[in-house]
Each structure stands twice: as C-alpha cells, then as structure tokens.
Design a protein around this ligand. Sequence first.
Ligand SMILES: NC(=O)c1ccc[n+]([C@@H]2O[C@H](COP(=O)([O-])OP(=O)(O)OC[C@H]3O[C@@H](n4cnc5c(N)ncnc54)[C@H](OP(=O)(O)O)[C@@H]3O)[C@@H](O)[C@H]2O)c1
Length: 268
Amino acid sequence: MWCVPEIGLGTFGIGGDFWRRDDSNDFEWVRALRRGFELGLRLVDTSELYGDGHAEELIKIAASGVEEVLVVSKIHPTTLEPEEVFKRLSRSAERLGRRPWIAMLHWVPAGYTICDVVKVLEAAVARGLADHYGLSNVTHSQLASALTCAKKLQPAAVENRYSLRYRRDELDVLPLAQREGLLYLGYSALERGALALDPLLGSIGRRYEKSAVQIALNWYTKIPNVVPVVKASNARHVEEIAQSIGWEIKEEDWKLIDKQFYIYRLQY
Ligand SMILES: NC(=O)c1ccc[n+]([C@@H]2O[C@H](COP(=O)([O-])OP(=O)(O)OC[C@H]3O[C@@H](n4cnc5c(N)ncnc54)[C@H](OP(=O)(O)O)[C@@H]3O)[C@@H](O)[C@H]2O)c1
C-alpha cells in the first residue's frame, strides 16, 4: 500500500526537450528535484522522450539515497511488439536506477487500440518491468474499454491534461476514474504557467498569504483521486509548490473558484 503525495513533480523540459538532450542546466534541475523529494513530494512524472532519456537520468541522481520515490514513466514505441515495449521499459529502469512505479504509453499509437495497449502493459507488469501500469491521453470510451479488456491487472492510473482552465475530463473521464478507484494525474496543472498570473487566484491568495499557484494547487487537492502534476525545474518554484498543501482554502473560496472556472468544463 502506497501513500501517494498530493502533488506530483513534472519533468518535461528538464534535461532537454522531446528526443533532444540538454545537460547545460543539470545542477539546477537536480537541485530542484532533490528539494521536492526532501519536502515530501515523492511522486515524479517523466518519459523516455524528455531529453531523450536525460530527465530519467537526472531523477536517478536527485533521488539517490531517497526511499520511496514513486516514478511514473512513459514510453513512446512505434509498434506494440512486446519485445520493443519491454526493451524501452528496461532502458527506462536502467536510467532511473529503479523500476517505474507506474509505466504508461504517451498515447495509443496509430494503428492500435486501447486494448492492444492494455495487453502489452499487463504483460510488462507481469514481467516485473513496472509495479503498475497506467494510461495517458485517453478518452472516456478508451478508459471504459480498457477496464473491460484488462484480463488480469486493471490500470492503476490515468494521466490526462487537467487544470482549472482545462476541465473537460470532469464531464466523464474523471468520474469514471474516481468510481473505479484509479489515481488521476492531472498534467499541465498550472496551464503551463498561465495560472500563476490569474487575478482571481491572486486576490484570494492575498487573504491567505499564498500565491495564485498555491491557491490553484490547493484547490485540486480537494478533488478525490486527483493529483496535479507540476513542472519542477526550479528549486524556488518547487518550494512554493510544496507549500500549497498542509492547509485548506475555505469552502466558500473553493466554490467561488469552481464557479469562476466552470466554463472550462465546456470550453476547451
Ligand atoms: N502525459 C502527457 O502527455 C503529458 C503532457 C504534458 C505534460 N506532462 C507532465 O506534466 C508536467 C507538468 O506540465 P507542464 O510542464 O506542461 O506545465 P505546468 O506544470 O502546468 O506549467 C509549467 C510552467 O509553470 C511554471 N511554474 C512552475 N511552478 C511555478 C511557480 N511556483 N510559480 C510560477 N510559475 C511556476 C514553470 O516555470 P519554471 O519552468 O520556471 O519553473 C513553467 O513555465 C510536465 O512537466 C510533464 O511531466 C505529461
């Protein structure tokens, strides 16, 4: 039984972009991740694509000596040949220095169905290549099919885009994940930084001596099963992110924010 942190650290842009390695800022990236782990944020999201695997190498360095870092890692195979998927997951584990807690594909590859994805990820977990598997960038109908076609192991998590400004999943994917007891990882939780500048969140934050970012992240933590995933490339930002939890916004403020951003359930 794992105790899942209320906020996950994201690593897109750490160690480079998609398929492009950059080690020019390794010291700062490792410092930021290490600070997050020290502050109890021990769930980290990554991918073989981020920095062509360098993000995973940096997680290994930052997590050295830290127990119970829960790594969610994604792969992007072009085929779902089991050997291809297993090879990629093994390489991820080598770079991470541990096997992923949850393994996923970034999305369903062209020419395959969600059931093909479930089948190969179930086999990967059965081989010991990850503790669990999850599904990323899935629709409600894909998730519903996945739950039906899983033979031995149900998915443990869904990872989709979710923020106060992108609430589409509240219509169907999130209620299904909650009903089935799946972890719901909401990526781009700050809407790529835009929520840091939101005037309503900023004005509510002043009453709590908190920032707009901290109000937004605290808001998500009241939603069952949801763990927001926030980019963690800067130690100062990570400290701010860590102080988003351990206190609560008042019910009336939660509802005010809900109402203000309600439109983003329908407009996306
Ligand atoms: N499954 C998928 O397909 C998928 C897709 C996209 C993302 N993801 C995951 O989700 C993670 C988060 O999403 P994201 O990186 O797209 O966007 P995000 O976390 O919504 O926003 C990142 C932006 O917010 C800024 N930020 C972070 N903390 C801040 C703070 N305390 N105050 C002000 N600004 C702050 C960052 O600036 P700094 O860089 O200066 O800190 C960056 O510009 C990714 O890193 C990745 O792990 C997964």
